[in-house]
Design a protein around this ligand. Structure first.
Ligand SMILES: Cc1ncc(COP(=O)(O)O)c(C=O)c1O
Ligand SMILES: [Zn+2]
Length: 442
């Protein structure tokens, strides 16, 4: 723990009234909100020379801590890392060939492999690593979080490493394997009888009652700062910055962080702009898509972003994405609109077929939320949202480890046998047509 609180590396600025909070000690003292206007949305800015960033980007990182000068931690010795955030961007030729064959498009399709993160193999590891390191530095030893699974698992692991107690509030339908993982680290789980909104409500009550800081969700400056390093990584790994970005969306930390990262480095990368955000939800929980479709039908009237439905107790096979009350829609929808992007709906019945196809063609088994993102690529093509010669980036955020029920549905080559006469060699190529048909069929 560091006791000197006067520092000149960074400060937080309120996005609503520009009030400046000098450091994270003060930010937590004022209950993670602006003391002037009450907004929870402050952004971190650095008193740094960005001229050194391109040089930094040219070296090979082992984690997102490579970008330490542009992260809100003062001492490297406080870092808690498991090698997260330096994951590869891959080319997926089978998706490029499909776009060429079926739509005549010459496009580059890249996939950002967040499932290969060192901590828990999800999208959420960088934020949890930054949170744990920061709590280590400023001396926080109790924390709580409401989560549908991946955030909670990542925070549970990293906070354990930092010896921070973390209470996790999970909705009733959260995946059992996530609960088991959190519990096995010794962190406390409260399974809330109700949906994610209910879990958040109880967590907030607990935080107030015991005066314990709680994760503020998608606009949490800790999460945004960690995730903005995606932009640095794409600059490092890709010949061309993506024109189109596809992600399964729940609350939208991804696009909010990309936008922040790009604004932050404007000075050294003046031509960089947000990719067109194509954000995908499954039809089991798609309040943002519904809101967007209504706004589109009305011609995007002034203030369209403030109108969105809430879905109580969403019934979905992808509990990871089950944000029925999308409180961040006003922020995310404005970003999507300004980028020329859209919200897309993927059908849940397509997720297993899409998962099987990716596993067969690319030997990458996606988790359910990742399958939503890949399914979104097919929807985007069908809706003509990708143009010739564009570079597309799909962000996949989890493997199948914590969704065994999803993985089990991918069995399709097994035979139950009683004797050797029933067993014959196979030819792997024979499955291709069947797998593509399952994805394409209406
Ligand atoms: C694997 C995966 N994909 C996508 C998301 C959605 O992330 P967000 O909407 O916060 O950008 C999450 C988390 O909720 C996730 O765990
Ligand atoms: Zn303010």
């Amino acid at each position: 723990m560091l006791r000197i609180k006067i520092q000149h590396k960074y400060h937080l600025t309120c996005t609503q009234c520009r009030h400046v909070t000098p450091n994270f000690w003060t930010w937590f003292e004022q209950e993670q909100q602006c003391p002037e206007c009450g907004s929870k949305h402050s952004e971190v800015w650095y008193n740094r020379r960005y001229q050194r960033l391109p040089r930094l980007i040219n070296r090979s990182p082992t984690s997102f801590w490579h970008y330490f000068p542009f992260l809100p931690l003062l001492r490297r010795r406080h870092i808690i890392s498991k090698g997260e955030g330096a994951v590869p961007v891959e080319r997926w030729p089978f998706l490029e060939e499909f776009a060429k064959k079926k739509y005549g498009l010459d496009i580059h399709v890249h996939v950002y492999r967040n499932d290969l993160n060192g901590g828990t193999g999800t999208f959420k590891d960088t934020a949890a690593s930054l949170a744990a390191s920061l709590f280590n530095e400023i001396g926080i030893d109790q924390y709580c979080i409401a989560s549908t699974g991946n955030s909670a698992t990542a925070y549970a692991k990293y906070l354990s490493l930092a010896k921070v107690n973390c209470s996790v509030f999970m909705p009733e339908d959260a995946i059992k394997t996530s609960e088991a993982t959190i519990s096995s680290y010794g962190q406390q789980v409260f399974r809330v009888m109700g949906d994610y909104a209910k879990a958040k409500e109880i967590a907030a009550g607990y935080a107030r009652l015991h005066n314990i800081p709680m994760s503020t969700g998608n606009i949490d400056p800790i999460r945004i700062e960690a995730k903005k390093t995606m932009v640095f990584e794409w600059l490092r790994q890709m010949d061309k910055f993506p024109d189109v970005y596809i992600q399964a969306v729940s609350g939208g930390t991804g696009p909010i962080a990309i936008d922040k990262g790009i604004r932050e480095i404007k000075q050294v990368y003046p031509k960089l702009k947000n990719p067109r955000f194509l954000l995908v939800q499954s039809d089991g929980c798609d309040p943002m898509v519904q809101a967007w479709e209504n706004a589109e039908a009305e011609g995007f009237p002034e203030g369209f972003e403030k109108k969105y439905p809430t879905i109580d107790n969403p019934k979905t096979e992808v509990p990871t994405l089950a944000t029925g009350n999308p409180a961040t829609y006003p922020i995310v929808a404005k970003l999507v609109k300004a980028s020329g992007g859209s919200f897309l709906r993927a059908h849940e019945k397509k997720l297993v077929p899409v998962g099987k196809l990716a596993a067969y063609e690319q030997k990458v088994i996606p988790g359910p939320a990742s399958a939503v993102s890949i399914a979104g690529f097919f929807v985007a093509l069908r809706k003509n949202l990708i143009k010739n010669e564009e570079t597309v980036l799909l962000n996949i955020g989890e493997g199948p480890n914590r969704a065994p029920y999803f993985l089990e549905q991918m069995i399709y080559t097994s035979h139950n046998v009683h004797n050797v006469d029933e067993c014959a060699p196979h030819s792997i190529g024979d499955y291709r047509m069947q797998l593509w048909n399952e994805v394409m069929r209406d």
